[in-house]
Ligand binder design. Structure first.
Ligand code: HEC
Ligand code: HEC
Length: 357
C-alpha cells in the first residue's frame, strides 16, 4: 500500500519536472504553437459546371477559414492514429485526386479492409457517405475512420481525444474555432468543412457541354458523350452535374467470385438493397483507379467491357443493366469521354509542412 503510494508521488514529481524542462526547452524550440495558416479563403470561385457548394453547407456547421484550416491539419496529421503512422491522407492522397491507387486500402499495422478508397472530392454534394451510405452526414463520415481497427486504430473516440488534448496547439485552435475544449463532434465538423473545399469541375466535358466550347472535346469523346447519355445508358445512374443519382444499385460485383459484400443491405436490412452500392461520382475518374468497391478493375477499358456485358448476373441485379452491344470503337469512345472528366478545384490543397504543436 505504502509502496504504491510512494511510487505515485514519485510519478507526479517526475511528471512535473518533465513538464518544467519541457517548458524551458520549448522557449528555445518554439512554444506550443499553431503554424501560420496555409490557404483558404471561404469564397473561392466555384469551378465551372458545378452547383454552388454554399447551397449544400449545413446551417449547423458553417464554413470558416480557420475551421477549414484546422480540418486540413487534422486530415493530414499522422498523430491522429494509434501509432502515429496513419492519416486520412494516407488513403486519400492529394496526388491521386484524394484516392490511394489500391484495390483495397492498407491502414494501421499494414492491415487491409475489404473495400477500395473512393475519392474525397465533391463530397459536399452528397448526403450519404461511404460505398454503402452508412454515414448520413459528412460530419459522421469524418470521425468513422479513427475507430476502425484497420484504419487509424483507436479503441474508441475517447482515446483519440485524450491524445489530441496533449497537443496544446490543437487545444488552442479548437477553443478559437468552436469556443470550447476539443470534442469528437468538433473534430468531425472541422474535417467535414475541410473536405467540403475539395471540388472538381471545369472539366473538358463541362466546357464543351455547358460552355459551348466545341474544341474542348475530341470528336471521339463527343461520340462518347452521346453514347453515355444514349445507347450506353450511363446517365440512368451517373446523372446530374456530379454524375451520380446518389442512389444504391447492385451491379453484381463479387457475385462471380463468391466474395459478395452485402453493401447497402447491411445498413437498411431491406432485401432490395442486397449487394447494392452508392453510384460514385465519375469526376477525376481516370485518376482514381482501380475501380468498383472491391477495386477489381485496373482500367476504364475493363469497366466499359463489364457494362457492355450487362453487369454480372445475380438475383438482385439492377434491371437497368442489360447487354449494351457496343462495338469495339464505341467502347473506346466511352473511355475517351470518361478520360475527359478530370478538372480542377482540388489541386490547390497540399499537405501542410508544419502541424500544431
Ligand atoms: C486505411 C485507409 C483509409 C484511411 C486512413 C481513411 N480512409 Fe476514407 N475511405 C477508405 C475506404 C476503403 C473507404 C470506403 C469504405 C466504405 O465505403 O465502406 C473510404 C471512404 C471515405 C469517404 C467516402 C467517400 C464516398 O464517396 O462516400 C470519405 C469522404 C473518406 N473516406 C474520408 C476520410 C477521412 C476524412 C479520413 C480520416 C478521418 C479517412 N477517410 C481515412 C480508406 C481510408
Ligand atoms: C444501374 C446504375 C448504373 C449504371 C446504369 C451505370 N453505373 Fe457505373 N456505377 C454504378 C454503381 C452503383 C457503381 C459502384 C458499384 C460497385 O462498386 O459495386 C458504379 C461504378 C462505376 C465506375 C467505377 C467508379 C469508381 O470510383 O470505382 C465507373 C468508371 C462507372 N461506373 C462508369 C459507368 C459507365 C461508363 C456507365 C455506362 C456504360 C455506367 N457506369 C452505368 C451505377 C451505375
Amino acid at each position: 500500500m505504502r509502496k504504491t503510494r510512494m511510487r505515485w508521488v514519485a510519478g507526479v514529481a517526475a511528471g512535473v519536472m518533465v513538464g518544467a524542462i519541457g517548458l524551458v526547452a520549448t522557449r528555445v524550440m518554439g512554444e506550443p504553437s499553431v503554424p501560420p495558416s496555409g490557404l483558404v479563403s471561404t469564397t473561392r470561385e466555384v469551378p465551372f459546371g458545378l452547383e454552388d457548394p454554399a447551397g449544400y453547407i449545413p446551417a449547423e456547421n458553417p464554413q470558416t477559414a480557420t475551421k477549414i484550416e484546422l480540418g486540413r491539419w487534422l486530415f493530414f496529421d499522422k498523430r491522429l492514429s494509434k501509432n502515429n503512422s496513419i492519416a486520412c491522407a494516407t488513403c486519400h492522397m492529394p496526388g491521386l485526386a484524394f484516392s490511394d491507387g489500391q484495390s483495397v486500402s492498407t491502414g494501421i499495422n499494414r492491415l487491409q479492409g475489404g473495400r477500395s478508397a473512393p475519392t474525397a472530392i465533391n463530397r459536399v454534394y452528397s448526403k450519404a457517405q461511404f460505398w454503402d451510405g452508412r454515414a448520413e452526414t459528412l460530419e459522421d463520415q469524418s470521425i468513422g475512420p479513427f475507430v476502425s481497427p484497420v484504419e487509424h486504430g483507436f479503441i474508441d473516440h475517447d482515446e483519440l481525444l485524450t491524445k489530441l488534448k496533449t497537443i496544446e496547439g490543437y487545444r488552442r485552435l479548437f477553443r478559437e474555432v468552436f469556443g470550447r475544449e476539443v470534442t469528437i463532434g468538433d473534430v468531425g465538423r472541422a474535417i467535414a468543412s475541410f473536405q467540403r473545399t475539395l471540388l472538381s469541375g471545369n472539366s473538358p466535358v463541362d466546357r464543351f457541354d455547358m460552355g459551348g466550347d466545341e474544341q474542348a472535346l475530341s470528336p471521339q469523346a463527343q461520340r462518347g458523350l452521346e453514347l453515355f447519355r444514349g445507347k450506353a445508358r450511363c446517365t440512368r445512374c451517373h446523372s446530374g452535374f456530379n454524375f451520380s443519382d446518389e442512389k444504391f444499385h447492385n451491379l453484381g460485383i463479387g457475385w462471380d467470385t463468391n466474395t459478395v459484400d452485402l453493401g447497402r443491405y447491411m445498413v437498411t436490412k431491406n432485401p432490395d438493397d442486397i449487394g447494392a452500392f452508392k453510384t460514385p461520382t465519375l469526376r477525376e475518374i481516370s485518376r482514381t483507379a482501380p475501380y468498383m468497391h472491391d477495386g477489381r478493375f485496373a482500367s476504364l477499358e475493363e469497366v466499359v467491357r463489364f457494362y457492355n456485358q450487362g453487369g454480372i448476373k445475380n438475383p438482385h441485379l439492377d434491371n437497368t443493366l442489360i447487354p449494351l452491344e457496343l462495338t469495339e470503337e464505341e467502347q473506346q469512345d466511352l473511355v475517351a469521354l470518361l478520360r475527359s472528366l478530370n478538372g480542377e478545384g482540388w489541386q490547390q490543397v497540399t499537405a501542410p509542412v508544419e502541424f500544431p504543436k
